[in-house]
Design a binder for this molecule. Structure first.
Ligand code: ARG
Length: 486
């Protein structure tokens, strides 16, 4: 068989085919192709190519009319991708080759000038940086929407009380608003993690070439500015080998998912008959195929379940990178599927959690009933003794014995006479009726971060102000669009 016969899908048809004589093995072709997932980078790839082509023209590295032809062709390809008409071809490996090959079909040999001073290594690093910045902005929007829902529902439930739990045992009464504002805080830190990660993706890798830059006088400042970066990256080898930006975003996604998973877990527990604290809206729950009476919390369960995948995605890329020498290695192509999956999963999870909470029916009476348990005020009783000058450890011990007395004899902690209390500690001056009162218990927790009404009101106002400020800031994030890519 002659070499030519042998090359039907091969050597000459590849953009890198020059030094090859035989065709690629079909399994290798399928094995190495990434187009089925990296097509999600198309719009970033085209944006990067347009900036690069314009720079080549301005720097007179290619004739100005050729630069214009490249840009016009790339813009047409962007439309084709947008409309679904673009003919993605797995034989062309990845998004970069697909676009360049299409450009060549469209505008002829001039297309061959686009890759001047560029490699797929700096190209994919640039695409990823652009994608990650958009993804960070989109996730921040999603987090903000959920935080806004939490604040809204919290305001509605400022006077709804429920037991706060530690060890899933009733601990002390809290306002539902206070409880949900705890998640507001958690999610605020998540949002800042994404903003921080985006801040470290401000430098443009384009111009690093395959590893060591280019002999051609590329204007890296020009492409960096055109793409909205603060400037070019400072080391060509780092530019093509770094994936810590992706790791950081995936770590932020994993942490955020774990937080959502905890919120989800509460919805699952709270919607059980045993708790009966909340009921999920029909739109956010599902039925059983067998048991007609069931209404299942599948949505929060799936958020909880998918958090495992997002954690796994982070571990996957960490493991991929762990043993890699500098600089680019093909292993790094494995960054994309877990990354895209984490961003898509997090985006969906934020949205369904916002919807679930927004439409949740709260059983205020059931929560209040659980919070009425007088034992929840045992700490308050110990603090009454502290107010009388008793050391806390001694007060704790005395109230512990009082609790044991109540449990053993079926007595109500809130209705013990002065004499009974004095039997446990002489510093008591009144019966527990006079000492323990839920309303007062709340009112007394009046310090920053506490669950007193005044504090929670202030926290709600601060939350609203924070949301308005975040909204204004996000609207102006670097002119980056809110699209998350795939
Ligand atoms: N598809 C590749 C990736 O995602 C693009 C870079 C390929 N570079 C190369 N030298 N083969 O990593």
């Amino acid at each position: 068989m002659s070499k030519k016969d042998d090359s039907s899908s091969g050597a000459s048809s590849k953009l890198w085919g020059g030094r090859f004589q035989a065709a690629t093995n079909p399994t290798v072709e399928r094995f190495s192709a990434s187009i089925h997932f990296d097509k999600a980078l198309a719009r970033y790839d085209i944006r990067g190519s347009i900036a690069h082509a314009r720079m080549l023209g301005r720097a007179e590295l290619i004739p100005a009319p050729d630069a214009e032809a490249l840009v016009a062709g790339l813009e047409k390809i962007a439309d084709e991708i947008e409309s679904g008409a673009f003919p993605f071809d797995p034989a062309l490996e990845d998004i970069h080759m697909n676009i360049e090959a299409r450009l060549s079909n469209m505008i002829g040999p001039v297309a061959g000038r686009l890759h001047t001073g560029r490699s797929r290594n700096d190209q994919v690093a640039t695409d990823l940086a652009l994608y990650l910045r958009d993804a960070c902005a989109a996730v921040q929007h999603g987090i903000l929407d959920l935080r806004a829902v939490l604040v809204e529902r919290a305001r509605e439930h400022i006077d709804t009380v429920l037991p706060g739990y530690t060890h899933l045992q009733r601990a002390q009464p809290v306002r539902l608003a206070h409880h949900w504002l705890a998640f507001f805080e958690l999610l605020g830190r998540d949002a800042r993690r994404f903003a921080d990660a985006a801040g470290r993706l401000g430098e443009c890798p384009l111009g690093a070439g395959a590893i060591a830059g280019s002999t051609l006088p590329l204007d890296r400042d020009d492409t960096a500015a055109a793409l909205g970066f603060t400037g070019p990256t400072r080391n060509s080898m780092d530019s093509v080998s770094a994936r810590d930006g992706a790791l950081e975003v995936m770590a932020a996604a994993a942490i955020c998912m774990v937080g959502l998973s905890r919120l989800a877990e509460e919805l699952v527990i709270w919607s059980s008959s045993e708790f009966g604290f909340v009921e999920l809206a029909d739109a956010y729950s599902t039925g059983s195929s067998l048991m007609p009476q069931k209404k299942n919390p599948d949505v929060p369960e799936l958020v909880r379940g998918k958090s495992g995948r997002v954690v796994g995605n982070l571990v996957s890329l960490l493991t991929t990178l762990k043993g890699l020498p500098l600089s680019y290695n093909r292993d790094m192509q494995e960054d994309k599927e877990p990354l895209f999956d984490s961003i898509a999963t997090l985006g969906d999870s934020l949205e369904v959690m916002a919807g679930s909470i927004a439409t949740l029916r709260v059983n205020v009476d059931r929560m209040a009933e659980a919070a009425q348990d007088p034992m929840l005020l045992a700490t308050d009783l110990a603090e009454v003794l502290v107010g009388e000058g008793v050391p806390f450890r001694e007060a704790h011990e005395a109230v512990g014995r009082i609790v044991a007395h109540c449990v053993a004899g079926g007595h109500d902690l809130a209705h013990l006479s002065r004499e009974t209390l004095q039997g446990f500690h002489p510093a008591f001056t009144q019966g527990s009726d006079a000492l323990l009162d839920m309303e007062r218990s709340f009112a007394q927790r009046d310090m920053v971060g506490g669950t007193a009404r005044t504090q929670v009101e202030a926290a709600l106002d601060a939350a609203r102000t924070e949301i308005d400020a975040s909204e204004a800031r996000l609207r102006g994030v670097n002119g980056v669009t809110a699209e998350s890519g795939p």
